[in-house]
Design a protein around this ligand. Sequence first.
Ligand SMILES: [Zn+2]
Length: 195
Amino acid sequence: MPKSKITKSLKIHTLIAEFGSDVFCTDGTVLFCNICSVKVNHEKKYYIQQHIKSEKHIKGLQIKKNKTQMIAPFVEKNVFYADITKMMIACGIPLYKLKSVEFKSFFEKYVQESLPDESTLRKNYVKDCYESVLQKIRLEIGESPIFVSIDETTDKAGRSVTNVIVGPLRESGRGYLLTVEVLDKDSNVKKCWYL
Ligand SMILES: [Zn+2]
């Protein structure tokens, strides 16, 4: 690529970094506004500043923002709810125990906290715990080659289950239980797990 083209592309990318890659994009030669679907003159920063102040652009941004809010309503997280979810999962306490009168009254008496419903935790907090554990596993494994162990066994209820364990392929590496799948005895369905 000629030097002038590289310089131009670099200049546009610098402007995108400044004004937001969710708003602008480029093919390396022109600056394009994703909100208004138009090319924007990038010769001077002033033109971009003018563009983002334009009525069309501001309206477009508002519509985009409203759409995003409709898709994913913001849930303000309660620290106590987040911590109790983490504690119960880590200690192997089933979340349905939150329905137990004794469990609830213990917390209300000694911790002065009202316990949330099981459904609230399942809907808004369990996924965060799952993501945080997956993130820890990813960090531990890093760029290392991995081992995957798939071990079929029978659980307490007599169901046929498969434990999927993954870990870094090095001497000090430990294995992490990635998932437990209950297998249907009557079918020969092969399952896949995506890491
Ligand atoms: Zn625009």
